[in-house]
Write a protein that binds this ligand. Structure first.
Ligand code: ADP
Length: 251
């Protein structure tokens, strides 16, 4: 891998497992200084230890991304520790309970929207402020294939991931002339702890059939796209939504 992120400072939320872990590791391998932020500090520390063992630069940071003050403090930590902020992967999230709208409790709905949607607004607000001070930057918001498609039993997750696509478009319009690019990534079903914990084997086998490529995705395959969008190679790409989905949405 080339060191194309040498000297860059990047925050990855949800870096303690799955897609965020793969993003943090690939970014560090490519030379970035990574703030590996997660509610699960053990997970973030494990990822950072792996990165450091390979000679990379990263620090763990405990965060609940649904707390706006904590998000502001996380961005301030990156800037005071590493001097600036160049990139961010707003990836932390939860699937939420699996049940249809009429059965969804109000508090369950609010919690998923807080963690999956409001958090990304908080992150972008503070990240963009820091990036503007530094002459620009690049942000990737982790949406989902469920940013365009519905999925029975996941109304709050689907609503959040659709909203992230809209918010990404707006950020692209608002900041493209100011050097900050913002994109959303839409992975189909990726084999991560989120999927393994939420869905039994039969459901996972059913999900495989929804992907014409014949398998679920791998976290590394999402991270490949994230790194491209964060990099200067994507200098004309902003305000848009990019699938990594094994042809799921093509059907
Ligand atoms: P995926 O990689 O598919 O998104 P995972 O469940 O493997 O799914 O990863 C999501 C990550 O987000 C986990 O490491 C989890 O601890 C983290 N996370 C979940 N909720 C929060 C939160 N409120 N604040 C910070 N991190 C969170």
């Amino acid at each position: 891998m080339t060191r194309e992120f040498e000297g860059k400072v990047v925050i990855v939320t949800g870096a303690g497992s799955g897609i965020g872990e793969a993003c943090a590791k690939q970014l560090a391998e490519a030379g970035a200084k990574v703030v590996a932020a997660d509610m699960n500090l053990d997970g973030a520390e494990r990822v950072v230890a792996d990165i450091q063992a390979k000679g990379g630069e990263a620090l763990p940071y405990k965060i609940d991304v649904s707390d706006p003050a904590a998000v502001g403090a996380m961005v301030a930590y990156a800037v005071t520790t590493y001097g600036k902020l160049d990139g961010a992967v707003n990836n932390a999230g939860i699937g939420g309970p699996l049940k249809p709208i009429a059965d969804y409790e109000i508090d369950e709905w609010k919690h998923v929207i807080d963690v999956d949607l409001h958090s990304v607004f908080y992150c972008m607000k503070y990240e963009i402020q820091a990036m503007l001070k530094n002459g620009g930057g690049s942000i990737v918001n982790m949406s989902s294939i469920l940013g365009t498609n519905g999925f029975a039993g996941a109304p709050a997750y689907v609503a959040s991931k659709h909203a992230l696509v809209g918010m990404t478009k707006n950020a692209g319009i608002e900041y493209s002339a100011h050097g900050v690019r913002v994109n959303a990534v839409g992975p189909a079903f990726i084999k991560t702890p989120l999927i393994d914990n939420a869905l039994d084997d039969a459901t996972q086998e059913f999900l495989v059939t929804k992907h014409p490529i014949g398998r679920l995705g791998r976290p590394e395959e999402v991270a490949n796209l994230v790194l491209f969008l964060l990099s200067d190679k994507a200098s004309f790409i902003t305000g848009s939504y990019h699938l990594v989905d094994g042809a799921y949405a093509a059907q």
